[in-house]
Design a protein around this ligand. Structure first.
Ligand code: PLP
Length: 364
């Protein structure tokens, strides 16, 4: 049986009646923007993350730009960001007036390291964006110890945990996306910023609403960027299930390990102590194209996400400089996402693994 790349429908099916009721509640209330559902979701999501505040915004890209602005990032500043990530992680920087400076990743974890960030720091560095890529968790404390504020791009890491806490509570600020396919996904666009710093939270709240506290006085050039009531109501139904889904994602990873996939391709390696809620399960192989072709032939889902890293994208050329990013290049060349979801069974993991095994890969 073909195994899909991801499955967002099966986990949501048992929640259908509750979601319908939540939507109906918002329609009946006729409050669609910054009403009680957003307020309640912000409190519940902050508590879930272990952060003092969560502030809903329109999407994960705005979340990054607003988080940077809240930190005071502006023209003349540099922001360190990995190149092996979704384009938006870096795209969010130039609208603040600052320049992205690209740093390398460890291809085994797909995350930045203290060393790769240190190599990109200059006196103009105002902030570092670390990306908890594919649900793995970058080493935030070690990077913040370098003396620059860290923004966690946690778009892909809702549900992951570490001994030091969850993404969302590890850096100065963190940003989330609730794009429908994410670990916690709405039925449209949505995002949030978390922080435990009261002043930063206040600034974020103003920035998402035209730079105003009261719609009378406008203190900043801000944004019209709000999570809407319908999305918040839908996310509130899902949030209590996020940990269970995260457990399902971790179990799916174990199914691949137990099926012996690690003998055939390089499996993703959790960073020290992290328990990733794998958003995507991304393996590496020098024969990634052959693995992809075999999976395609068998009807199994697979996808290459970031073959051209961000610093090589046309719009980023002016920022790319002469960055040498060998880990990025290796990950870009060899990565391949294979099926992952909270409900991926041992049988499905075994089917995917046997398809790869049939290729008779002598080496990874
Ligand atoms: C790592 C990362 N950063 C940022 C974003 C941007 O989020 P959004 O699509 O909600 O703007 C995404 C997801 O799309 C992402 O995967």
């Amino acid at each position: 049986m073909p195994v899909p790349l991801f499955d967002t429908s099966t986990p949501l099916a048992p929640l259908r009646a509750e979601i319908d009721a939540a939507i109906a509640g918002v329609v009946d209330s006729a409050k669609f923007i910054l009403g009680p559902e957003v307020g309640a979701f912000e409190r519940e999501f902050a508590a879930y993350c272990g952060a003092g505040h969560a502030i809903g915004v329109a999407n994960g890209t705005d979340a990054l730009t607003i988080a940077l602005r809240a930190l005071g990032v502006g023209p003349g500043d540099e922001v360190v960001v990995p190149s092996f990530t979704f384009y938006a992680s870096a795209e969010a920087i130039p609208p603040t007036g600052a320049r992205p400076v690209f740093c390398d990743i460890d291809p085994e974890t797909f995350c930045v390291t203290p060393e790769s960030v240190r190599a990109a720091l200059t006196p103009r560095t105002k902030a570092v964006i670390v990306v908890h890529l594919f649900g793995n968790v970058a080493p935030v404390a070690e990077i913040e110890a370098l003396g620059v504020p860290v923004i966690e791009d946690a778009a892909q890491a809702a549900g992951s945990t570490t001994p030091a806490g969850r993404p969302g509570a590890l850096g100065s600020l963190a940003t989330f996306s609730f794009f429908p396919s994410k670990n916690l996904g709405g039925f449209g666009d949505g995002g949030a910023i978390t922080t435990s710093d009261d002043e930063l939270a206040e600034r974020v709240r103003m920035l998402r609403f035209h730079g105003s506290r009261d719609k009378v006085t406008y203190e900043h050039i801000g944004y019209n960027s709000r999570l809407d009531e319908l999305q918040a109501a839908i996310l509130r139904v899902q949030l209590p299930h996020l940990d269970g889904w995260a457990d399902g994602r971790r179990a799916a990873g174990r199914h691949y390990e137990e099926a012996g996939l690690g003998e055939l391709v390089a499996l993703p390696v959790p960073t020290d102590g992290a328990q990733p809620a794998w958003h995507l399960y991304v393996v590496r192989s020098e024969r990634a194209d052959d693995v992809a072709a075999a999976l395609r032939e068998a009807g199994h889902g697979h996808k290459v996400y970031y073959r051209t890293p961000v610093h090589e994208q046309p719009a980023m050329r002016e920022y790319a400089g002469d960055a040498e990013l060998p880990g990025t290049a290796e990950a870009a060349r060899t990565h391949l996402a294979i099926p992952m979801s909270p409900v991926l069974s041992a049988e499905q993991a075994a089917e995917v693994t046997e398809t790869v095994r049939a290729l008779d890969l002598a080496v990874r």
